[in-house]
Write a protein that binds this ligand. Structure first.
Ligand SMILES: [Zn+2]
Length: 444
């Protein structure tokens, strides 16, 4: 009888591992509320303008009132989870003339809520939205600037993700942050990335949300399922030696931000198969910027999550009617059910990453002029096993994988190294996986 139980227990373990789904992630998807997002976007819009240079004294108008409200929302969430969030401002003084869009000295103030991990408190996955808004003239800090989609939607999603995920405990830390100064030159992200470096934070990546509420595009497409994940190919901080090595060993499309993008793509396809994530192989939209970039500049992984179908008459516009077209980033154009979906995309990825062990730091590959590819990696504390991923060199996604158990090297018999790209991920006890690591060392 006992033998039977042991056998059943073993089978159960194997089946949970093979199922590779965690029902808590479906609960998280369902817990995200479109109503609360609508309420929060409305509140943010009602501050009149949230321009970075706008009033900071009024309790009802301007960026000061907006950031105090965001802080109070994070504090409310924290009060409901036994003070599970550290809520604070992180700020930098930006001087007049630091770029054309800083016409007076200004404190660029970010609002952070940190949910400390139980096992890796200094390891962080970040979700961000922006506090600030703008109209046609980027330096106009007094006109009505609702910024409903750009970017109250991303800010409200971040506040809502904190509410939902604060009901759970994670091994790694999660940061929910409202960044300022985006429209004036990405100052908030730059300040926080520098702060993170100074504090020695081990950052897995930032998932930056900028415009997650528009479903009706200038391209004529209406879709509440498509969205984009922007990621740069390789970090701008790579060394000349790394750049040279890429020419011979590959990795042109396998930087750390790209691996984060693939992770989000895969988690979404697994838990929200009705969604259509588009991986866009570029830093951001053509010639344009977002708040993940300062993190990329600092050598951290970071992606931008965004609607697929934009409407330019509703971005960065004075509210007006011209030639029969109503311009302005107003509340009516935000689809809250869609913002809810993209918030859920964030939440399940934050949770998966924060429940997973860290990725191996070193992955070595060998098998030059041999019939089989060989991989070696360092043991990760907290991992129960490892998965080797590989794909055709032309494929954007990790299409093949093999779970190899709790070992630190493996030979893929009959798989020729030249014909595929390879990577390794660490697997945790509930089946959650680290990001895939592209080999960073060669052995013979
Ligand atoms: Zn904008």
């Amino acid at each position: 009888m006992r033998k039977l139980y042991t056998l059943l227990a073993a089978l159960f373990c194997i089946s949970t591992l093979l199922a590779q789904t965690d029902t808590r992630l479906y609960d998280i998807v369902n817990a995200v509320s479109a109503d609360r997002i609508e309420k929060d976007v409305t509140t943010l819009v009602n501050f009149g303008t949230r321009h970075t240079l706008s009033d900071t004294v009024s309790q009802t108008r301007g960026i000061g009132a907006a950031r105090r409200w965001i802080k109070s929302e994070f504090e409310k969430t924290s009060a409901n989870c036994n003070n599970c969030l550290d809520v604070f401002y992180q700020k930098d003084l930006v001087k007049k003339g630091d770029g054309k869009r800083i016409v007076k000295d200004v404190w660029v103030v970010n609002v952070l809520a940190v949910q400390r991990g139980t096992k890796y408190p200094n390891r962080f996955i970040i979700m961000s939205g922006d506090i600030d808004s703008r109209v046609s003239n980027p330096n106009n800090f007094t006109s009505e600037s609702p910024g409903a989609n750009d970017n109250a939607s991303g800010m409200a999603g971040t506040i809502e993700a904190a509410r939902v995920l604060s009901k759970y405990q994670f091994e790694s830390s999660i940061i929910y942050v409202g960044l300022s100064g985006e429209e004036q030159g990405l100052f908030g992200g730059k300040g926080l990335a520098a702060y993170a470096k100074e504090k020695g934070w081990d950052i897995v990546g930032i998932i930056n949300n900028d415009m997650i509420g528009n479903i009706s595009g200038v391209d004529g497409v209406v879709s509440n399922r498509d969205f984009r994940i922007f990621s740069e190919p390789v970090p701008p901080t790579e060394t000349e030696e790394q750049r040279r090595a890429r020419r011979f060993y590959g990795g042109e499309v396998d930087g750390i931000s790209r691996q984060l993008a693939r992770y989000i793509h895969k988690t979404t396809k697994t838990y929200m198969p009705e969604m259509n994530p588009m991986m866009i192989y570029r830093l951001d939209r053509f010639g344009r910027g977002g708040h993940h970039r300062p993190f990329n500049d600092a050598g951290f992984a970071g992606v931008r999550i965004m609607e697929s179908h934009e409407n330019y008459t509703q971005q960065h516009q004075d509210i007006r009617v011209e030639d029969g077209i109503a311009y302005g980033d107003v509340l009516e154009h935000v689809n809250f059910e869609y913002a809810k979906k993209l918030t859920a995309v964030n939440a399940i990825n934050l949770a998966s990453i924060a429940w997973a062990p860290p990725a191996p730091s070193t992955v070595e590959i060998g098998g030059i002029v041999e019939p089989s590819a060989k991989l070696k990696w360092n043991k990760v504390d907290g991992a129960v096993g490892y998965k080797i991923y590989w794909r055709d060199t032309t494929s954007p996604t990790w299409d093949n994988h093999k779970y190899v158990g709790d070992v630190t090297e493996h030979t893929l018999e009959g798989i020729v190294i030249d014909n595929f790209f390879f990577g390794v991920a660490a697997i945790g006890k509930d089946g959650h996986e680290s990001l895939v690591v592209f080999p960073n060392k060669i052995f013979r």
